[in-house]
Design a protein around this ligand. Structure first.
Ligand code: AHG
Ligand code: MN
Ligand code: MN
Length: 333
């Protein structure tokens, strides 16, 4: 009988490193630590319902520590993993107003900074619907040996070194790119490893799913309203009407569309003229993955990856997914 062969995330990272001349393994170590934090958060996500049922989610646990909400827990877990890696001198997170610098000698010497949304789709936690984590890695601009600085984090998305997301869904997956295509790994709970399950992901050139919060229709810009109506029109040659699918977790909505073909839209609205989603830790990493899979990402007019961030928590309208569909909505805008 023949055993089945698997490629684990760590093995894959190391193989990829061998293709990069002069790579010293720093990025590999960083990605490895992100993988570990993902497994810890995954365990916690799986128990989220139970903890509620059993009433353990009170204020104080047995260790006398106050119990944390899942997004705070995820933030702490990823922060600890990145700090432990020794390769990262600082992070920006949705959960913290300012950047966090790691000031021990090892970390200060680290080449990289990380931007993250530790838990994306928080409103879906309590109802057992898919949630995620998004991360983005840059080479620092400030000198190694110094504390990380704000300028390290305000780089254009086209300077990313690696980007990815974890989806905690009916199975847990980690999907990432280092600029050589997109690869997806599914967590095999029986061996506790992320295993290569979706090599070299390519998104369809066009699709038949559109995803946006249509409840905000009246507040959408005219071009988006027209595009939504276009999605609903009957036309066999373009497989319209399209299907509307919207979970309300960017990671889950994007992941489905990446595999099946579709467009995700979070436009500017009358009440939030810059949209809702954050450029540096939500849109940039997702945009790079979209492009690496053959798709497209824009703010309706400009390529997301070419926007120069001015502030840490800057928002941007976001249109991403199948190349043809993003081009189409741009033509309406
Ligand atoms: P987060 O949970 O990190 O705050 O992100 C929620 C975001 C994103 O995941 C999703 O696409 C969007 O909010 C949904 O917003 P609406 O509820 O306005 O549709
Ligand atoms: Mn989010
Ligand atoms: Mn979040």
């Amino acid at each position: 009988m023949k055993g089945y062969s698997i490629t684990t995330l760590n093995e894959f990272i190391i193989r990829r490193q061998a293709n990069i001349p002069y790579a010293k393994g720093e990025l590999s170590r960083l990605l490895h630590h992100i993988g570990i934090a993902a497994k810890v958060v995954n365990k916690k996500v799986n128990k989220a319902g139970l903890v509620d049922v059993l009433g353990e989610a009170g204020n104080i646990n047995v260790q006398g520590e106050s119990q944390q909400k899942l997004d705070v827990f995820a933030d702490m877990q990823f922060t600890a993993a990145l700090s432990d890696s020794g390769e990262c001198c600082g992070i920006a997170s949705e959960e913290n107003q300012e950047i966090i610098t790691f000031d021990d000698d090892l970390s200060k010497d680290g080449k990289y900074i990380v931007c993250m949304d530790p838990l994306d789709g928080s409103s879906n936690i309590d109802v057992n619907v898919s949630i995620g984590t998004i991360f983005s890695i840059y080479r620092r601009i400030s000198p190694r040996g110094d504390k990380a600085q704000l300028i390290d984090f305000l780089q254009e998305g086209n300077k990313q070194i690696a980007a990815g997301y974890i989806i905690y869904g009916s199975s847990t997956m980690l999907v990432y790119t280092t600029g050589q295509g997109v690869n997806g790994f599914t967590l095999d709970p029986s061996i506790g490893e992320f295993c290569l399950s979706h090599p070299n992901i390519k998104t369809p050139e066009t699709g038949s799913i559109y995803s946006l919060n249509e409840g905000n229709y009246l507040k959408f810009p005219e071009g988006v309203k027209k595009y939504v109506n276009y999605c609903k029109e009957e036309d066999k040659s373009t497989k319209r009407p399209y299907s509307l699918r919207y979970i309300g977790s960017l990671v889950a909505d994007f992941h489905r569309n990446l595999l099946k073909g579709g467009i995700f839209i979070y436009p500017e609205t009358a009440s939030s003229p810059k949209g809702k989603l954050r450029l540096i830790y939500e849109c940039n990493p997702i945009a790079w993955i979209a492009e690496q899979a053959g798709g497209k990402a824009s703010d309706g007019k400009n390529r997301i990856l070419d926007i120069k961030p001015e502030t840490l928590h800057q928002r941007t309208p976001f249109y991403t997914g199948a190349h043809g569909m993003v081009e189409k909505v741009e033509s309406f805008i």
